[in-house]
Ligand binder design. Structure first.
Ligand code: SAM
Length: 217
């Protein structure tokens, strides 16, 4: 209830918040099921808002892990800062395209996972490209960019752009959210054998996921 009230108040003032309610627990668990919590990770979160993902990640990640949350909205940043007192978490008031600066601030060279709920569908193409380019650079080899968006989006809003930067892009839906979500798992991988469907790749183009070798842009 706290999350929903704080969220709706900010939504009225800032169109970049983009969604009227926080992501459902089903959506959070589904996105985070792509994270291997059994090892130490550097995890970056774009657009944490009131922190439904932040809470889940902090609850599940190991003590040697680090979470860097980048929130553009000052009100959300203050809410999070006042609520979260975990030495493993750093909350930064900035925009996602500056992710490399955030890594530098936290004395990290790269991330294992980047999670994003920012509204790609209304970002101008140059900003979208800058975010994707810097996100790709900020990830370790084998690192994953995990994105959740509202399900109304067409492929040209994000999927085709992801495929320009990442050789493996898998798309799914999560219906247990208002509105339902479109989820993407984009893997940074320069090993072409994985891209062609060997190893952990899913390069079969079966409609439930897709792979592309248009890499990098
Ligand atoms: C759809 S909400 C997701 C909020 C929350 N993570 C959740 O799942 O309920 C999008 C969030 O991204 C933030 N945001 C929008 N554009 C951003 C950007 N360029 N960089 C960082 N955060 C951004 C908004 O302020 C908002 O908190």
């Amino acid at each position: 209830m706290f999350h929903t009230m704080a969220y709706m108040r900010t939504f009225i003032k800032d169109r970049d918040v983009a969604s009227i309610t926080p992501t459902s627990p089903f959506g959070v668990r589904r996105v985070c099921s792509n994270i291997n919590f059994d090892r130490n990770n550097v995890i970056i979160e774009y657009g944490p808002a009131t922190g439904v993902f932040t809470d889940y990640i902090l609850k599940n990640m190991k003590n040697g892990s680090q979470l860097i949350a980048i929130e553009r909205n000052k009100d959300f940043k203050s809410i999070l800062q006042n609520r979260i007192h975990d030495p493993r978490a750093t909350i930064i008031n900035d925009s996602a395209e500056n992710v490399l600066d955030a890594l530098k601030t936290c004395r990290r060279s790269a991330a294992d996972y980047i999670i994003s709920g920012i509204p790609f569908f209304w970002l101008p193409k140059d900003i979208k490209d800058k975010i994707l380019y810097n996100t790709h650079r900020a990830l370790k080899e084998g690192g994953k960019f995990l994105v959740y968006q509202t399900c109304f989006q067409a492929d040209h809003h994000l999927k085709v752009h992801l495929e320009r930067f990442f050789p493996i892009v898998r798309a799914r839906f999560e219906l247990r959210n208002i509105p339902p979500l479109r989820l993407f798992e984009a893997v940074k991988c320069s090993d072409r054998s994985l891209v062609n469907g060997k190893g952990n790749g899913n390069g079969n183009g079966n409609g439930n996921g897709s792979s592309s070798s248009r890499f990098p842009a």
